[in-house]
Design a binder for this molecule. Structure first.
Ligand SMILES: [Zn+2]
Length: 172
């Protein structure tokens, strides 16, 4: 029986189809065939599941994800992730970002936008370790995500922004 759950809602999809062309060309040599790519990303998912004890709630069709824990009466905790199935650097970075929330732990950093920042750095570290290119498309997604969380924090009255987040503060 589920006693409670802590849910972390991520931003809405910011994926832009029109912008995909350039980065697709750039990463053409990354994995040559579709089958190779699928195999590569499926292996990545399996490693993440084993290493960080996460379960996939569902694969989403949209380019956004969520990470949450289920707490059971017997003390058991399940670490859940819903994200797009990794099939490209961008879908992989969204998936790894959600795994990162579990790896880092909830509410380890405050404010929330700083937590998001650290989770992104964790995801990039995993991408480098696992040979997933951090291409322009990934960087754009990251910047938009961070701007969103910084904007949200300011709207909620955050007075002093941590120094590493200043670049994401856009004048209104
Ligand atoms: Zn997040």
């Amino acid at each position: 029986m589920i006693e409670g759950q802590s849910v972390l809602f991520e931003m809405a999809a910011v994926y832009e189809r029109t912008a995909a062309k350039g980065s697709l060309r750039k990463t053409k040599n990354f994995r040559r065939s579709t089958a190779e790519r699928r195999h590569f990303y499926d292996a990545l998912v399996l490693r993440m599941k084993n290493e960080f004890g996460i379960a996939i709630r569902k694969w989403r069709r949209s380019m956004n994800g969520v990470a949450y824990e289920l707490h059971y009466n017997n003390g058991e905790v399940k670490r859940m992730v819903a994200a797009p199935r990794p099939r490209s650097p961008v879908s992989a970075c969204i998936f790894l970002h959600e795994v990162g929330h579990h790896a880092i732990g909830f509410k380890k950093f405050r404010p929330r936008c700083l937590e998001e920042y650290h989770v992104w750095q964790w995801a990039f570290e995993q991408m480098r370790k696992n040979g997933v290119p951090i291409d322009e498309h990934v960087k754009r997604h990251y910047r938009r995500s961070m701007r969103h969380y910084v904007r949200l924090a300011k709207k909620r009255g955050l007075k002093s922004l941590p120094a590493q987040l200043e670049e994401f503060a856009v004048a209104a």
